[in-house]
Design a protein around this ligand. Sequence first.
Ligand SMILES: [Zn+2]
Length: 361
Amino acid sequence: MWSMRIGNVSGIPIKLHLSWLILAGLSIYSFEQLFTLNGQSGLPLALLGTLLLLCSIVLHEVGHALMARRLGLRVTAITLFLTGGLTELADDVDLPQSEFKIALVGPLVNVGLAIAAFVGAWFSQGVWASFWATLAIINGLLAVFNLLPCHPLDGGRVLRSIFWFLNDDLLRGTLQASMIGRYLGNGLMIIGLVALFSNALTGSLLLLMGWMTNRAAVSNFVQTTLNYTLSRALVGEVMTRSFRTVSPHLTLDLFAGQYLLGQAEPAFPVVHSERLIGMISVQHLYRYAMGEWRSISVGDAMTPKADLPRLNVGDSMQTAYYTMLGQRYDSLPVTDGDAVVGIVRHRDVVAFVQSALKIKV
Ligand SMILES: [Zn+2]
């Protein structure tokens, strides 16, 4: 949403997110300020500069994409956002060497472009010399910024791939890289706090950046852990096999009294003649006034089986978990044919990941 396709580079669609227009506006404004001299409008150079900035960001992402493809990974698309670009891969990067190469090539493209623009400035004169010099500086800054060692920047991925390689363990590598990301974020927050006394704006920006860096490091670790653990598990290993089922004929007031009062379970499979016909949860009750509960049955209020995502024992737990998240189900029944053999609840997933990592809570 909010993005349109602007082209293709060797079969990879390039999409421009609307937020990029803010960056384009800022870029045009800054270039124009720089190049409006002696009453001459700087607009043509501002437009050209902004176009070349767009090209620099696209080429940075194309670098990531082509390297990923060379290493045998499928690339879905390149999207340009307010903060730069994003290359989406259809496959998980499975080797630290691959992650290292894919992440590093982006900033290297900017280094190459900075050198090219610097050569351009060297051989130009007057306003063109400063134009190319500005582009060289922008590309140099893009390279340096992207190499900062914190997630989700390229430098954070380079750092993680190094720890991943040294430990021969993705999770341990991610943990160590995210610790450094957190230290960096905390350092920025301390500098921000000190800077607050001299310049409130700079101070609060640094505080915000530090906080975001810290959060990104933590969420990257959690996300990696979750994906890594769940991609190696099947639904049958995570689901709980002890659960209560509800008859569709039970009225909602009896359901509330017998199943929900004093119980921690939020949802139940509705079963008729040993076959799953739907799922009912406490949320279904809220759709009716309490006075109506006596006249409405579980079968009328439930989500019917046809509307529920189907889960089988042999399904990938990663796919199942993202289905639950995407469709906002706290728990889902697992079936074998028409029979319910278990349910997967959000807390089963959490418990499974914790026990896989042997985290003590
Ligand atoms: Zn990058």
